[in-house]
Design a protein around this ligand. Structure first.
Ligand code: HEM
Length: 494
């Protein structure tokens, strides 16, 4: 397991300019466009420090998204961690100090849930179920943890905040429930085939009448069961990404145009990679959707972070006062009806997508290993995002807009002069063109092309293997989204 935090030290992010095909995990989507001319710290500070142009204060209901339920923010973070997680981690780094090669390709394959599978990541799995199920805490409301409190998950970033912890836990429970349902014959595999019940005799010794082929086979019933369950879980997750998440955040038209005309600007060409325009700008569009406080269940509404980071996180999880990561006590378990529309529930909304972030994100936990002169500035997520895009020499929003055939936003609309940071531009597009409910042309194109492109470049995704597949767990009306997943996982009460 790595100790990488969300957004910190991503391996291989330093991508050279130019039109050469990428050799690592990251590359460029618009390699021929020039870099936006650097403006340095002053503009980043003017926009990003508390009290600056992008300070949205504490979240109010007037800032609610017109369309997006709050839970989709954390589904987005879960998707982000899936594709920015590199299971080769530290080992790869030793053999590849420049971190340009030796990467696992980024795919929507839930490697942050499964690690490298039961054989190579056995600590994640439950031996009582022949390692077909993933571990959860004994009371079922938290991730499994070591005696020292470290979450037993493949990507430690998924324990960074309580909301993401609970989304990860819900996916574990979905997987475990799929295992049960396959074994009992309640559901089929992705192709509609029933899975046989477990062998009556779990004795590992082969029966006396076993054929030579049986004796040579190293696969067991439990291996096949795990593989079938993993495929059910992955394909349903990929379906939600394409059929629920992307239509909500990019618009159905973006997905339809890719199905009709193919990818226009993202060309993974059999070598899936993440464009920096996506990782450093477009897919950070969910930062403004984060609220400063969340109602997590009928009893508790908590702030994202403490007002003062000098206050240590309480030792006892029953004393939790904010949504920082770490152990979860039962009274702080999420009621997902406050996060997704489930059976007519009226969940809190995400904050709208706009060029303003809630003020708590402008005052992140102190960073210890940076020079004092810049330490204060780097506690602002806005400053970090803007400087990161400058370091990565991203093109301006206006240049990408022209490239994709759209007249760019004007300076008056943008509220700043000159070529705009791509991230800022994308947020302004959403704010001005869609009332902050979804992305505009540039943002939607980058996000939908990359996520669908990664699925199409993955030889075992549902889109590559069986493009006309529809969810085998869909409800009576053919619907399968987060509400149906959570219900099947048994994490919402009837
Ligand atoms: C409590 C919530 C969150 C916090 C505190 C947070 C914080 C951060 C930080 C500090 C960075 C690194 C910035 C840099 O130095 O370049 C980052 C990167 C990033 N964030 Fe977030 N973030 C949150 C939620 C999200 C969500 C909901 C998304 C949704 C898609 C997201 C997407 C990204 C992406 C794509 C990156 C760059 C790649 C990566 O490291 O994952 N973040 N975030």
């Amino acid at each position: 397991m790595t100790t990488t935090k969300h957004g910190f030290e991503i391996r291989g992010l330093d991508v050279p300019r130019g039109a050469a095909p990428p050799t690592g995990r990251f590359g460029r989507m618009f390699p021929t466009l020039p870099a936006r001319p650097a403006t340095g710290l002053p503009l980043a500070e003017r926009l990003g420090l508390p009290g600056g142009l992008m300070d949205g204060g504490d979240t109010t209901t007037q800032q609610d998204s017109p369309t997006l339920d709050a839970g989709f923010t954390f589904l987005g973070q879960f998707i982000d961690h899936n594709i920015t997680f590199d299971a080769t981690g530290n080992l790869g780094r030793q053999v590849d100090p420049e971190a340009t090669t030796n990467f696992r390709p980024p795919m929507l394959d839930l490697d942050h849930l499964y690690g490298s599978g039961p054989f190579a990541s056995p600590l994640l799995y439950d031996t009582r179920w022949h390692n077909t199920k993933l571990l959860v805490s004994p009371d079922g409301v938290d991730l499994a943890r070591t005696a020292g409190g470290v979450a037993l998950i493949s990507d430690p970033r998924n324990d960074e905040n309580l909301l993401l912890n609970q989304v990860h836990l819900a996916f574990i429970k979905f997987h475990n429930r799929v295992v049960d349902a396959l074994m009992s014959g309640e559901i089929t595999d992705v192709f509609g085939n029933r899975f046989p019940p477990p062998p009556a005799d779990s004795n590992p010794n082969p029966p006396a009448n076993a054929s030579i082929a049986d004796l040579l086979s190293v696969r067991t019933y439990w291996d096949d069961l795990f593989a079938a369950a993993q495929q059910v879980v992955r394909w349903h997750y990929q379906w939600i990404t394409v059929h629920e998440y992307l239509p909500l955040v990019c618009g159905q038209d973006s997905v339809d145009s890719i199905d009709r005309d193919g990818l226009q600007f993202f060309d993974p060409a059999g070598n899936p990679f993440i464009p920096v325009e996506f990782a450093v700008a477009a897919f950070r569009f969910m930062h403004p959707t984060i609220r400063s406080d969340y109602t997590i269940n009928d009893k508790h509404t908590l702030p994202l972070f403490p007002l003062n980071f000098d206050d240590p996180a309480p030792e006892d999880p029953h004393d939790r006062a904010d949504l920082r990561g770490g152990a979860v006590a039962p009274e702080f378990a999420l009621d997902f009806r406050h996060f997704f529309t489930i059976d007519g529930s009226r969940p809190q909304r995400a904050k709208r997508i706009e060029a303003k972030l809630n003020v708590r994100l402008l005052d992140l936990p102190p960073i210890t290993d940076v020079p004092a002169e810049i330490g204060r500035q780097l506690r602002s997520l806005v400053v970090r995002n803007l400087l990161r895009s400058e370091v990565q020499q991203l093109p301006s929003g206006q240049d990408i807009s022209r490239k994709i055939g759209q007249a760019p936003l004007t300076e008056a609309e943008l509220g700043i002069s000159g070529p705009a940071y791509l991230w800022y531009y994308i947020l302004k597009e959403a704010e001005l063109r869609h009332r902050g409910g979804r992305l505009g042309s540039v943002g939607a194109l980058i996000v939908s092309e990359v996520l669908i492109g990664l699925l199409d470049a993955d030889p075992i995704s549902y889109r590559s293997t069986y493009p006309i597949w529809t969810p085998t767990l869909a409800d009576g009306e053919g619907r399968f989204g987060m509400a149906e997943l959570l219900r099947f996982a048994g994490v919402v009460a009837d």
